[in-house]
Structure formats: C-alpha cells, structure tokens
Write a new protein. Sequence first.
Length: 311
Amino acid sequence: MKRVLACDLGGTNLRLSIIDESGNILKRLKTEAPRKSVNELIEKINQFKSEVCLHENSVKTLTMAIPAALDAENGIVFKAPNLPFLDGLEISRILEDSIGLPCFIENDANAAAIGEHAFGSAKGTKSFIMLTIGTGLGGAIFINNELWRGLDGTAGEIGHICVEPMGAPCGCGSRGCLEQYTSASAIVRIARELRHEFPESSLHSKLYLSSKEIFKAALQNDELALKVFEKVGFYLGIGIASLINILNPEAIVIGGGGSNAWQAFISHVKEQVQKRAYEAPSKRCQILKSTLGDDAGILGAAKLAIDKTRA
Ligand SMILES: [Zn+2]
C-alpha cells in the first residue's frame, strides 16, 4: 500500500506523519515549527524520516500543508505572514533536493478542506467553505467538489478580508483583517487590550497569556475571557455572513486549534449571521465544527499527494 510522509507546518507547530492511502495515520510527531530558516525545517523532516521511516521503503512522497499564499502547481510560496522566511521560496524544489522525495505543497486551509471533504465534516458536501483558526485564520473554498484556486492559486484568503478599515495592522500588509480578530494570536492580543477593564479576571495580571488558557477561563465563566470570545464570534459572524451572501454554500466548516473554543464563540457567530446574511441562504447553510480537528491539514495533504501520484 502506498504511504506518504505528510507534514502540516503551522505558525506554532510542525506536525509530521506517515499516512496510508485509506487515510490511516500510522506514525506521528508534533514538534515546534521552525522560526528562522528553511534549513531548520529540512533538519526536522530529515530527523523524523531517519527515526521513523527507516524501514518505510513504501514511503515515496513528501507532502506539506503550509500557512501561506502559494502556487501549489509550481511549488512556490508567495507570502507566509506567520513564517516570513518562506516568502518567495521554491519550496518544493528545495525540499525535493534536500529530503530526496518528490514533494507536493498546498495552502494549509486548502489542505484542511481537502481532508474534511474526503474524511470529515464535509464528506458528501459539494460546496462549502473551510475556516481554520490557528496562529492565523486560514480559508478555503470548495465549489462542486473542487477547490477554487483562482487565477494565481491564491484564492480563499478569507483571513485577509477587511472587517475594520482602520483596525489592527496585519502581517499581509493591510489592516483590520478578519485574522486580526479571530486567530489564536488575536485572541491573546484582544485579552491584553481588554484586561484593564476586568480587574477581577483570573487573567488580569498574568505575564504570559495563551489562547488555550483564555478558552479555559471562558469555560469557568471568566468575564474577560467571555468578552474576548464574544468579540471573536462577532467578527467571525460578520465574515461568515458575507461569505454566505456571496457564495450561498451548503456549509461552513470551522477547524484548527481555535475551533476547540466552539462553545465560547458559536452563539455570537450565529447571531451576526442571522442579523447580516440573507435569510434563505443563511437558513440552509450549516455551520459545522471540524470532525478531524488538528488532523484535517495533514490528512488533506496526504490525500492530495496520493491522488496526484495515482493520476
Ligand atoms: Zn491581512
């Protein structure tokens, strides 16, 4: 059976795994994402390959989900706001040369959408939109069972639609992008901005804050944390209402680590969608939580490589 070495490179974590053609994850490793150079990335992949693939002669392909606007066909990264050392690199060629396996790349949210469509919440859905809440906010558009890539292959950058014209500056060069109000890093920033108003909050004087910690506090009804997720849901709802009005999709699937905070933000999302989107398409559009969770990107990357090498 054909197997692939699939990687999901995030702004925070790098996930590596061996996956068979039925989508079974046979081996896996989660490590810190490289911060400074592509050499760090190569080192980590080679280390995993030598540790776990020693007897995996059936592994013939490398495939990687990357948080970037990119040209999947030619293996080139255009812009990676959360991993800027990748900007402009012919990453597929570089990885093929240094790892010794043919390499496919895909935008991380596109990969997650492929994964959810093949194995997860979007199975059986022809047209849907994927949003991944991670270090950034990824987006992907599936129309009639196919990814909509656009002219340059960069379509679906939903995290960079503007929801506050004079809002927070974004790594993409614009400001007030949806990502700046809904991603894990935005959750931490918003908590810092608001915490002086909540002296009773358990998060009030913490030196180090993480999005996970803010979610935990929300589960314990911490007022600051609840306010943060109200804002996240508010902006996410504005974005989703526009997507429903434009594309009339069957479903919106929300994944990525931030989807674990589902119960803290989803009612605020639905409130905005109800207020802002046309009634008929918003009633028919299901807003679903990813069922593959953190594995969506890596499974999608694997599916892509298996399909391409089969063709
Ligand atoms: Zn942006």
